[in-house]
Design a protein around this ligand. Structure first.
Ligand code: XMP
Ligand code: MG
Length: 184
């Protein structure tokens, strides 16, 4: 391991660990109430790898039965605008006739989520909703919104709590803005 803490590369913490925990409690209560109303057990699907810290925090606050699974997708090279995705690791469980709740770290252009949502409908899901820790509405390129959002963030490169820059910083327990000199 390198001896420099990764927190040295952060310019500013914009969302603290405490705030994230509190928001996860609120989101879980809201989501659970919505599903409970309809008597539904959701299949909660984390998009690897960015959703992992958020998903593990969020699901702690559900009091009723849920199923969980993970999927890993990547964009087809050269077809960014089409929003096609390739499945790198598929679900273990079937999503047929399930009410799928996709868990994502951030909605940016929206292309990934739009494609993943369609993917689950193609696999026969009954309904697909999205919960995202962060939302960058100013960057949206396609018509998609998360049903549940933790925090809106400005158009800056943010890392931590699952979000990476070159696979680094996912383990920071907060959301921070990276110092420009790191990616320039
Ligand atoms: P789209 O554009 O399809 O992509 O909505 C969402 C994915 O883009 C990544 N992303 C970020 N990752 N800091 C990050 O660490 C950011 O500020 C950021 N903006 C977008 C992320 O992988 C997300 O799943
Ligand atoms: Mg991602």
């Amino acid at each position: 391991m390198s001896d420099t803490p990764i927190s040295n590369d952060i310019k500013e913490i914009i969302i603290s660990e405490k705030n994230i925990e509190q928001r996860c409690r609120e989101l879980a209560a809201q989501i659970e109430a919505d599903y409970e109303n309809d008597g539904i057990t959701p299949l909660v699907v984390g998009l690897l790898k960015g959703s992992v810290p958020f998903m593990s925090e969020l699901i702690k606050y559900f009091h009723h039965a849920i199923e969980i699974d993970f999927i890993s997708v990547s964009s087809y090279e050269g077809t960014e605008s089409s929003g096609d995705v390739k499945i790198d690791k598929d679900l273990d469980l079937s999503s047929r006739n399930k009410n799928v709740l996709i868990v994502e770290d951030i909605v940016d252009t929206g292309r990934t989520l739009k494609a993943v949502k369609q993917l689950f409908y193609n696999k026969g899901a009954n309904e697909v909703r999205i919960v995202s820790l962060l939302d960058k509405p100013d960057r949206r390129k396609v018509d998609i919104e998360a049903d549940y959002v933790g925090f809106k963030v400005p158009d800056a490169f943010v890392v931590g709590y699952g979000l990476d820059y070159n696979q680094k910083y996912r383990n920071l327990p907060y959301i921070g803005i990276l110092k420009e000199e790191i990616y320039e």
